[in-house]
Design a protein around this ligand. Structure first.
Ligand SMILES: Cc1cc2nc3c(=O)[nH]c(=O)nc-3n(C[C@H](O)[C@H](O)[C@H](O)COP(=O)(O)O)c2cc1C
Length: 204
């Protein structure tokens, strides 16, 4: 029993980070873009680590990679916004998943609490006050207290094994029509799926 903690440490050190990320992909998530602003500097990061934490008070969390150049702004900003992406916003997800000096170029947005950018076409957005931060391995967990939200009630983007949105759409199409139509939609689904897989491999 005395040796148990040391054994656990060895097991942890042997876990390959890529295999670990792959196993986590068995858990389907939505896709968000978390944004913040300080002065004239705006940042936005595609994030699927978003999670609900508490209903009363209304708390949510997400985690940010310590290497992210956007962290400096999230660390200083009094507020941030979580934009929950709609099924047709996979391009936006890609745009905010890569480092760039101006991720917001030609992206329509307004400003919420603390000036955090909000995308009007998303499925829903939450405006949050920074509640606390936790140092956690190679990420910081950021907790936010929700001060306002808007629910646009549109189909959200879904990420399952690096495969965005197509699963939901396939089932909608397949159950609407029969015969040839279902077959055509299945072909379209498979085609879209391979494109999505290629795109995601490129982003990572
Ligand atoms: C689907 C998806 C989910 C992601 N989730 C997160 C996340 O939860 N936290 C994070 O820090 N980065 C996440 N990333 C990567 C960031 O979006 C990316 O590192 C960031 O935009 C880099 O830009 P920056 O250095 O300008 O901040 C995710 C990327 C993708 C494609």
């Amino acid at each position: 029993m005395k040796n148990a903690p040391a054994l656990k440490l060895v097991e942890l050190l042997e876990i390959d980070p890529h295999a670990f990320r792959n196993v986590l992909e068995n858990f389907p998530t939505g896709v968000t873009i978390v944004t913040a602003a300080v002065g004239t500097r705006k940042v936005g990061v595609t994030a699927n680590s978003f999670s609900s934490v508490s209903l009363s008070p209304p708390l949510i969390s997400w985690s940010i990679d310590k290497r992210s150049s956007s962290y400096e702004v999230f660390n200083k900003a009094s507020h941030f916004a979580v934009n929950i992406l709609a099924a047709d916003q996979s391009n936006l997800s890609g745009q905010f998943a890569r480092h760039s000096e101006d991720k917001f170029a030609s992206v329509e947005h307004t400003h919420g609490a603390g000036g955090a950018p909000i995308f009007p076409e998303c499925s829903a957005h939450l405006e949050c006050e920074l509640f606390s931060q936790i140092d956690a391995g190679d990420h910081y967990i950021i907790l936010g207290k929700v001060v306002a939200f808007t629910d646009h009630d549109t189909t959200p983007l879904v990420l399952l094994r690096s495969l965005q949105n197509w699963v939901t759409n396939h089932w909608r199409f397949a159950h609407r029509g029969g015969g040839h139509r279902s077959t055509a939609n299945l072909d379209r689904f498979l085609d879209c799926r391979s494109k999505a897989m290629r795109q995601f491999k490129h982003w990572y």
